[in-house]
Design a protein around this ligand. Structure first.
Ligand code: HEC
Length: 128
């Protein structure tokens, strides 16, 4: 009888261990969780590609400011003129480009890009 109890116990322990190995669900990179502090938006892998794909063609070095080329984007926008970490929505790099913001025909962020920018600024606009 004892041996059965032991087998049962061992089986139970192994069974319990299995739960420790459940891999957390992979979070898609763009889903930043709305700034809940659990994930961090990366400037280099998430913000910069938006600039490179949509902005740097006009906002290039020596042309329209801010310079949004990969080499200079962070230095160009990390000023109080473009970023306001205390009221992220006031940041010009967000407010000027967010969907529906411009009265004239200027490029706008998609909803997802806008959310990403806002989260990045909310998290302190780090050069991460
Ligand atoms: C087709 C060219 C073009 C593209 C593409 C473009 N911009 Fe612009 N952007 C301009 C021009 C020209 C101005 C200045 C004139 C104006 O107010 O529209 C400007 C102004 C701005 C300003 C305000 C600058 C200031 O100092 O007040 C910001 C911020 C900005 N752009 C960000 C972006 C971002 C971010 C993107 C990419 C999502 C982008 N732009 C894409 C041409 C462009």
């Amino acid at each position: 009888m004892k041996i059965f109890c032991l087998i049962f116990l061992v089986g139970f322990l192994f069974g319990a261990c299995e739960y420790n190995f459940i891999v957390p669900e992979e979070v898609p990179p763009i889903d930043n969780g709305g700034g809940n502090g659990e994930e961090t938006v990366s400037f280099s892998t998430q913000v910069l590609p938006i600039f490179s794909a949509n902005c740097a063609s006009c906002h290039k070095t020596g042309s329209t400011k801010p310079d949004l080329t990969a080499a200079n984007a962070y230095q160009s926008i990390y000023t109080s003129k473009y970023i306001d970490v205390s009221s992220p929505e006031q940041s010009k790099i967000y407010s000027f480009v967010k969907n529906g913001a411009s009265t004239h025909k200027h490029k706008q962020y998609t909803a997802i890009e806008g959310q990403l920018m806002l989260t990045w600024i909310t998290e302190g606009a780090k050069n991460n």
